[in-house]
Write a protein of this length. Structure first.
Length: 402
């Protein structure tokens, strides 16, 4: 296990716990959607707008959190944003009507996504301190958290009702949160320039292309998070108690692959790993789309998870290593674009689902992944290198090619 995960100092354990509970919140939300929709008597368009509010809240908060993190570190935003975020699911279980749900979802998205930006940046700090890649495995803990709550969430809904479901997951979240916060990594090994970088848009094209890679890597994942339960329930005849199995299958596959991701990249390189991942994800979505069997569809979600697992972590690692750009700035930008996609695209596709169906929507996902396939070369800086290698690379690459 140590060979797979690498060193496990307290800071590594703490940030892994934060990824776990952040994913757990989304996993707890996914099986709620059919019940939530029925309680408020929402149409597909209305549920899409509520999820869209999650995305807008995220897009507004992420640039500010990213700028704050780049200049002041990760501990403070994680501490406050995570605590506030824990109230999101319980509040969603008691909102009385559509517009109050929109407001709560907006605030939930702002705190959840801000926490996520700060967590990813904290991983960079841990990697700098312990000189071991952990980005993919931390995202693996996110997948495990989402898997656990997705698998159990349907049953906590049945046993405790909506309100009890929300309170149950908040208690679990806060218990782990209070354990992790005192053990978070402090900023180490940064130069004075990196402590207070200039907050400006990069003047080279590579970070923006990595943003495109991140965007189209996570749009398919967002479709699984927000629509897999409704897809299986309404178009493949799966009961509400088991409607979360599609997301659970994806999360299982993503967790397995993410814990292997850092070592796969070291052996095959980031570009080859990304190519294999994209092709596998396309096969998975083809199974989801073309088969009328719920069992084959769930298997398709599993195969898709294998492919999707390491796309976003590789894009973030590549952003953190782009030469001549402060890592916090590039990571914040790519994370913002990526999570903007995971949060905004699903509700927009929801309007397509209302016109046609969810099968058509899932059939669009392979075309999103083809864009990633043609931009594989942009992740060349994701491979783990020593500080000396990084310095040599920065000196060797002409300014126009950076």
């Amino acid at each position: 296990m140590k060979k797979i995960l690498g060193p496990m100092p307290p800071a590594r354990i703490a940030v892994s716990i934060l990824f776990f509970i952040n994913g757990m919140l989304i996993g707890a939300w996914a099986p709620m959607i059919p019940t939530f929709k029925a309680r408020l008597d929402l149409t597909e368009s209305q549920i899409g707008l509520i999820i869209l509010a999650l995305g807008f809240g995220s897009l507004i908060s992420m640039p500010f959190v990213g700028a704050f993190v780049a200049r002041n570190g990760t501990r403070l935003p994680i501490k406050y944003l995570a605590f506030i975020c824990s109230f999101g699911i319980p509040l969603l279980t008691i909102v009385p009507e559509f517009w109050s749900a929109v407001v709560v979802m907006f605030l939930f998205g702002a705190t959840w996504a801000g926490m996520d930006v700060a967590m990813n940046s904290n991983v960079i700090e841990v990697e700098k301190q312990h000189r071991f890649p952990i980005m993919s495995s931390c995202h693996g803990f996110w997948s495990i958290g989402a898997l656990v709550s997705a698998l159990i969430g349907g049953f906590t809904l049945s046993l405790f009702g909506e309100v009890g479901h929300g309170l149950f997951w908040q208690v679990v979240f806060l218990s782990l949160f209070f354990y992790a916060i005192p053990r978070l990594q402090k900023r180490v090994g940064l130069s004075e320039e990196e402590e207070k970088p200039k907050l400006q848009f990069p003047r080279v094209v590579l970070p923006y292309l990595l943003g495109v890679v991140a965007l189209f890597s996570v749009v398919p994942e967002g479709m699984i998070i927000d629509w897999s339960a409704l897809f299986l329930n309404t178009e493949r005849g799966v009961s509400i108690a088991w409607a979360g199995t599609g997301f659970a299958a994806t999360s299982t596959a993503m967790a397995i692959m993410r814990f292997s991701g850092d070592h796969l990249r070291k052996r095959f390189g980031a570009e080859q790993t990304l190519r294999f991942s994209v092709v596998t994800a396309i096969i998975g979505f083809s199974l989801i789309t073309l088969s009328s069997s719920p069992y084959v569809a769930v298997f398709g979600f599993f195969v898709s998870g294998i492919g999707l697992a390491n796309l976003f972590p590789i894009a973030i690692s590549a952003a953190g290593n782009v030469p001549n750009i402060p890592g916090g700035i590039a990571v914040s930008m790519v994370t913002t674009v990526g999570y903007g996609g995971i949060l905004l695209a699903p509700p927009l596709f929801g309007f397509i689902a209302q016109t046609w169906n969810y099968t058509v929507v899932y059939g669009i996902m392979p075309f999103c992944l083809l864009i990633v396939f043609f931009l594989v070369w942009t992740v060349r800086h994701a491979d783990t290198r020593s500080d000396e290698d990084l310095a040599e690379t920065e000196n060797a690459i002409p300014d126009g090619d950076k």
